[in-house]
Design a protein around this ligand. Structure first.
Ligand code: FES
Ligand code: FES
Length: 168
């Protein structure tokens, strides 16, 4: 599948434009962007994928976590131009045919959110954590999810959901 962006990107005088092809949730998306555009802004503002959230926009909160070539990254610190021909997975890809991803279902079972703003990032981080084999204990979960902040303090539910999804 190869789709071009629906929104035209306005050029800023003097700022280089770059052509990038991003493989987002299995679809190849071509964009012409200001070279300074982050992956987070490319996803949200140019591709209409608003699942990844902008919290701090400086790498400190984890709300913007997505997977890049299978590894979790804070997308506010990655330039879209660095992602040319790379695989990006966002929270939008997780449910298929009305079925929740097991980690999404565990978050729902354990009431692992309040306002939900941090939740997409928490879920993407938790999926990667489990795949990395780093969800072996509550302490490990706390340590390796420490980059994902929750202002609502839903941490006990989040850790319970990750334990559950990891089969602990
Ligand atoms: Fe990216 Fe906070 S918005 S880490
Ligand atoms: Fe509100 Fe985490 S559920 S910030």
């Amino acid at each position: 599948m190869d789709e071009t962006a629906h929104a035209p990107v306005q050029a800023s005088p003097g700022v280089p434009q770059v052509d990038v092809a991003l493989r987002v949730n299995g679809a190849r998306r071509r964009l012409r962007l200001d070279a300074r555009v982050t992956l987070l802004d490319a996803l949200r503002d140019h591709l209409g994928l608003t699942g990844a959230k902008k919290g701090c926009d400086q790498g400190a909160c984890g709300a913007c976590t997505v997977h890049l070539d299978g590894k979790r990254v804070v997308s506010c610190l990655v330039l879209a131009a660095q992602c040319h021909e790379r695989d990006i997975t966002t929270v939008e890809s997780l449910s298929s045919g009305g079925e929740q991803h097991p980690v999404q279902a565990a978050f729902a079972r354990h009431d692992a959110f309040q306002c939900g703003y941090c939740t997409p990032g928490q879920i993407m981080s938790a999926i990667a954590l489990i795949a990395e084999g780093r969800a072996g204990s509550d302490e490990d979960i706390k340590e390796f999810m420490s980059g994902n902040l929750c202002r609502c303090g839903a941490y006990p539910g989040i850790r319970a959901a990750v334990r559950d999804a990891a089969g602990l």
